[in-house]
Ligand binder design. Sequence first.
Ligand code: ADP
Ligand code: ZN
Ligand code: ZN
Length: 736
Amino acid sequence: MLPTTPGATPIAQIALDIPVSRLFDYLAPGLTRQDIGLRVRVPFGRKEMVGVVMDLIPDSNHDKHKLKPILEIYRDAPALPTELLRLLNFCSDYYHYPLGPTVMAALPTTLRRSQPIHIKLAHAWLLTSAGLALSADDLPRHAPAQRALLDTMRDGLAHTGATLTAICSGYRGIVKTWVERGWAAQINLPARLHAPPVAADTAPQLTPAQQDAVTRINAAFTNYQAFLLHGITGSGKTEVYLHLVASALERGGQALLLVPEINLTPQLTGVFRARFPHIEIATLHSGMAEGERLAHWLAAAEGRARIVLGTRLAVFAPLPHLALIIVDEEHDSSFHQQDGLRYAARDVAVVRAQQQGVPVVLGSATPALESWHNAQNGRYTLIRLDQRAIASARLPVINLIDTRSSKPEEGLSAALLAAIRSRLAAGQQSLIFVNRRGYSPALMCFECGWGAACARCSAKLVLHLRDRQLRCHHCGHVESVVHACPACGNIDLKPGGFGTQRIEDALTRHFPEARILRVDRDSTRKKHSWPDMQRAIHKGEADILVGTQLLAKGHDFPKLTLVGVINADSALYSPDFRATERLFAQLMQVGGRAGRASEAGEVLIQTQFPDHHLYRLLQRHDYAGFAASLLAERAAAGFPPFVHQAVLRAEAGKLDTALAFLHQAQGAAPHMAGITLFDPTQASMARKAGVERALLLVQSPARKPLQAFLSAWMPQLYALKANNVRWNLDVDPLEI
Ligand code: ADP
Ligand code: ZN
Ligand code: ZN
């Protein structure tokens, strides 16, 4: 018998998309440490699955004779860099979510399939700058297919035949004509991700404050340091980002820029392409077609794309030469993933920067209180931009309309109407900010107090008058409007409260001659109609805008000089302790839309509480003062950031089932000092889509003991009998 070297066949530890907190061992003949991070196909039960090699070890804890060999190793995409595997390991530990699903969730869908990808050089088409400048009116009137193609390609990205066929099967003929006219270009994917350079843009002279910010951050380039860039709206944060990205590029590195909204990516991509015309930019967000997302992901992974711009999921992009991370609008709640791996991309970005020894810049006009607190206690370095970048642009004047004395009619007070009228006469735009879509958030009987409610959720139905429907904004349930009170028979049902449609109707009655444009999720549902609306607003084709926070974010409308706020007060008495923080941020943001160019802007807020300190501080544009008062409140009440929280949520068909599970979980909790376990309770939204929801809050003054507790508790939870219950853990929850 030939002597065998023990451990000659290495064992690969594979991450699989199986919800258990362990890796799976397979025999991996021929694999070396270079193969860590590659995808493999393995047998699993009677199926085959794709997984990622996380480690190679000489021996297994399992019986080596029972281990199966891996079936295939895919070398079609670069291995996930070790630094990324380390980050994913951290996320799995910190958020207490199984490692396999964490790793697999970081891959584009195509790479999760158990078959190799075929990266053939596919033809793709994208609009040139001439094409990007087209409006729908430049196309033949009766050509819906051409318009739809134009809409899709307006994002400036390269689209393959697969995407374009889905929009119009005759796309080839159309794009061929466009190429001939110079509106579009044909390229090979994955050669370039974006159109050849549009007109290049040159950097303006930085303001002294911007220069100071850039200098200070540049000095930290070879180390981890977290900066909080607190810049008022219009202070020119984007210009600071552009300079920092240039520094990263000069060092041969890759820069990662995270933004909150898909809506903001095309706009920002355009800015970066103009500034860095010869640099490949990858964009990553959930709205991309599978093939395009893969092409961009690969460009990042191969290091070809030197700038990667994306929404929260981009925090897990593989970046072999990562040199800088920027999180724009870092306070935005869309950085929080609310299912599966529940993570906060801003926090993950900071950890990633720390692990890789690179700077991270968190930018906002209204930082999250957590970030502000970290800047106060020295964990982050605070850099402020206190002036608007364009010298003539002044901050808006914020005035309050006391609705106790100046009673609004159909939501609009006489003072607000007069202000709109004066803007109309001057040829300027007004924006009316309403934080609800639909006609009104309730349909009520004022005889007996009945209100239309969703049968499947603990929520009121929203009246959508134009469609004669009542809709649940939580579960999507739709029913037709009832004409009599089901409780008392009263036929005089009335809307309660104001949504965008109701305000739009009221404005139409007051200003029949004005061009009114409503911007909310209903009016922009048609893909890409929001970019069309933005163009229309820019060109001055609307006089009055009515909209939700969709309108509040990051858009620059030069003719806009008045912002009216209709129903802000409700946040002042919300049970959610973060409601006022969000309100202040929202009002600062929406106020920042007014008077960005040479015109000074005015913000008019209708309120019953004109003396509330939130409004007083807002009038002074005093974020720091507001943050200080909030921090004092939170410290006194024992809320984050002075405590750290995790929430165990349970969902079941019956509330008792969910609560019973949580009581078991409470009973199974290890006793540890410094940990407070609250009693299980109903969630603030107790029923959603027919499912009852309950939660158990865990709290600790420090992160470390909380993490130690959760690590000890999780195995106990997995061991519980959870019949008919779905549960999950949310670390650092945004809402409780
Ligand atoms: P923020 O993101 O901080 O709200 P922006 O980055 O949108 O602000 O900048 C506001 C405006 O100021 C933009 O129109 C931008 O082009 C302009 N701007 C920024 N920096 C400069 C500068 N150094 N010189 C001239 N204009 C600038
Ligand atoms: Zn009634
Ligand atoms: Zn519902």
